[in-house]
Write a protein that binds this ligand. Structure first.
Ligand code: GSF
Length: 202
């Protein structure tokens, strides 16, 4: 099995961490979807990473589909509960964390455009989502050890990838001071080898 992706994408990192937490073997094929010679559209018509290539060549995207699949194929270290309500609450955390990354990535791309073509309104709109998302994550985490309580799940992995992406792309945001509980959670996550081994580079 192969994982196609870049080393900066928080969505790819989420898949890498889930696979590593579950001891699933695969080959990492580094491909930056923005590069001229990218092969990603041959595997995902949407041209986005991550893409997971199964043994029979069938491809899976996006990251939420891939991690659900990975959790189902190996009994080791489940990252999603089986019961409907706890399971959907984990997926709610994931949707929120991924949504913050979507907003952050849109800001990053907009700021790469020539200064005269950038839309301050668009950037403000995305920043609003980013900050509102962080606020809700912080409120929902409260004083819990992990996002959904005492057990480490995909929710923590998704939140950790989002916080890592913000630290990587937007060091000026200072979310740690605004949300000390998210900062503590991130530090706790960064002690895990699976997080240490996947710090964004590029
Ligand atoms: C998002 C993937 C994505 O935006 C998922 O897999 O969870 N909902 C999807 N990937 C970006 C890279 S990044 O910002 O992490 C991507 O591949 N963009 C290329 C493009 O053409 O949009």
């Amino acid at each position: 099995m192969q994982l196609i992706g870049s080393l900066t994408s928080p969505f790819v990192r989420k898949v890498r961490i889930v696979a590593a937490e579950k001891y699933i073997d695969y080959e990492l094929v580094v491909d930056v979807p923005w590069s001229e010679d990218t092969q990603v559209p041959d595997f995902n018509p949407l041209g986005k990473v991550p893409v997971w290539v199964m043994e029979d060549g069938k491809t899976l995207f996006d990251s939420r589909v891939i991690v659900e699949y990975l959790d189902s194929i190996s009994p080791a270290g489940h990252v999603m509960p089986k019961e409907p309500r706890p399971r959907i609450l984990v997926k709610r955390w994931e949707a929120l964390a991924d949504g913050i990354c979507d907003a952050a990535a849109l800001i990053f791309m907009e700021k790469k455009r020539p200064a005269g073509q950038q839309s301050p309104d668009w950037i403000r709109r995305q920043l609003g989502k980013l900050h509102a998302g962080l606020r809700v994550m912080s409120e929902d985490l409260g004083q819990l050890n992990w996002c959904t309580g005492e057990v480490f799940t995909l929710a923590d992995i998704a939140v950790g990838c989002t916080l890592g992406y913000l630290e990587f792309r937007f060091p000026e945001l200072d979310w740690r001071r605004a949300h000390p509980n998210l900062s503590e959670l991130f530090d706790r996550l960064m002690q895990r080898p699976t997080f240490k081994d996947t710090v964004p580079v590029g």
